[in-house]
Design a protein around this ligand. Structure first.
Ligand code: NAP
Length: 284
C-alpha cells in the first residue's frame, strides 16, 4: 500500500522558515510585499486570493489587491502594471490568468518587471528556468511539485521522470526543473502514442492534464512516486485529480491526494518567491 503524501506539512515547513526570514528582514528595515492584480471577480481567483492573503498574513508579508474592471482596456491595464513595476514598496506581482479577451498576454508578459514576476509570466523568467539560473522565478505549481518531492526525500538524480501535459504553467516548466535536478525526463501530451507504456517507465510520474481520474494503475510503475497536479470535478461534483487514487494506491510508493496535495503548497511557494524577490532587490 502506497503512502498518501499531503501538501500541508510541506507548506507549513516552508512558512515556518519564511516567518524567520521575514523577521530578519524587518530588523533590517525591509518589509516584503506582494501586489495581486485581479481583473474581475472570478470565483476560483477569489478562492486562491483568500488562501494567499491568509498565508501571507501568517508569515508577516504585506499584500495589496488591485481589483480591475473586467472591461479595462489594454492601455489602462498596462499603465496600472507600469505603476506597480515602479513602486519600490512592492517586491512581487501576481497577475491572475487567464485575462479577459481584450488584454493580450503576449504583450503584457513583456511589461511585467522580471525581478517582481514571482509566478513566471515574463519570458526572462522562462529563460532563467531553462538556464537553471537561480535568480529567476519558476511558476509556483511546478515549484510546489519539486518542494513536495524534496520534503518527502524522493531522489531525483538519475531517476526517470515522466511528465504528462506540456502547458507553460505545469508540464514544460516541471520538466525543466526535473532536468535541473539531473533526472531523465520524458514529456507526454495529447498526441503521444501508447501513454500507459511511456508512463510505466517513470520512477516519478507527474500528471497535469485536466482529465478527471484518467491515470489508473495501468499507467503506473510498481513503486513509483505519483504527483497529481490536476484539479477537476468528478461525476458526484467532488474535487478530484487526474489520477485515479483508489486504483493506483496499492501499486505506488507515494501519491499526492487531490485536494490537499500540490494545490495546498502553491501559496507558500508564492510567499517564498516574494521573500526571494525582496532579498534580491535589496541586495541582502
Ligand atoms: P492545459 O493548459 O489545458 O494543458 C493540458 C495539457 O495536458 C496539454 O499539454 C495537453 O496536451 C495535455 N493533455 C490533455 N489531454 C490529454 C490526454 N488525454 N493525454 C495526454 N495529454 C493530455 O492545462 P494546465 O493549465 O496545464 O492544467 C492541467 C491541470 O492542472 C488542470 O486540471 C488544472 O486545473 C491543474 N492545475 C493545478 C494547479 C495546482 O495548483 N494544483 C495549478 C495549475 C493547474 P496538448 O498540449 O497536446 O494539448
Amino acid at each position: 500500500m502506497g503512502q498518501i503524501i499531503k501538501g500541508k506539512p510541506v507548506a507549513d515547513s516552508i512558512s515556518e522558515d519564511l516567518t524567520k526570514k521575514v523577521e530578519m528582514l524587518k530588523t533590517k528595515g525591509v518589509a516584503p510585499k506582494l501586489t495581486i492584480v485581479r481583473v474581475g471577480v472570478n470565483p476560483s481567483d477569489l478562492a486562491y486570493e483568500r488562501g494567499a492573503l491568509k498565508r501571507f498574513a501568517s508569515i508577516g508579508i504585506a499584500t495589496e489587491v488591485k481589483e480591475l474592471s473586467l472591461e479595462i482596456t489594454q492601455g489602462d491595464f498596462i499603465s496600472e502594471l507600469e505603476k506597480i513595476n515602479k513602486d519600490d514598496s512592492v517586491n512581487g506581482i501576481l497577475i491572475f490568468r487567464p485575462l479577459p479577451k481584450q488584454l493580450d498576454e503576449k504583450v503584457i508578459k513583456y511589461i511585467i518587471a522580471p525581478e517582481k514576476d514571482v509566478d513566471c509570466l515574463s519570458p526572462v523568467n522562462v529563460a532563467k528556468v531553462m538556464e537553471n539560473d537561480a535568480t529567476g522565478f519558476a511558476p509556483c505549481t511546478p515549484s510546489a511539485v519539486m518542494e513536495i518531492l524534496k520534503y518527502y526525500n524522493v531522489p531525483m538524480k538519475g531517476k526517470k521522470a515522466v511528465v504528462v501535459g506540456r502547458s507553460m504553467v505545469v508540464g514544460k516548466p516541471v520538466s525543466m526543473l526535473f532536468l535541473n535536478e539531473n533526472a531523465t525526463v520524458t514529456i507526454c501530451h495529447s498526441k503521444t502514442q501508447d501513454i500507459p507504456t511511456v508512463c510505466e517507465d517513470g520512477d516519478i510520474l507527474v500528471v497535469g492534464i485536466g482529465k478527471a481520474k484518467m491515470i489508473d494503475s495501468s499507467y503506473v510503475k510498481c513503486g513509483a512516486v505519483v504527483i497529481d497536479v490536476g484539479i477537476n470535478v468528478d461525476e458526484n461534483g467532488n474535487m478530484c485529480g487526474d489520477v485515479d487514487t483508489e486504483d493506483c494506491l496499492d501499486k505506488v510508493s507515494m501519491l499526492t491526494p487531490v485536494p490537499e496535495g500540490v494545490g495546498s503548497v502553491t501559496t507558500s511557494i508564492l510567499a517564498k518567491h516574494v521573500v526571494k524577490a525582496c532579498i534580491q532587490q535589496n541586495r541582502i
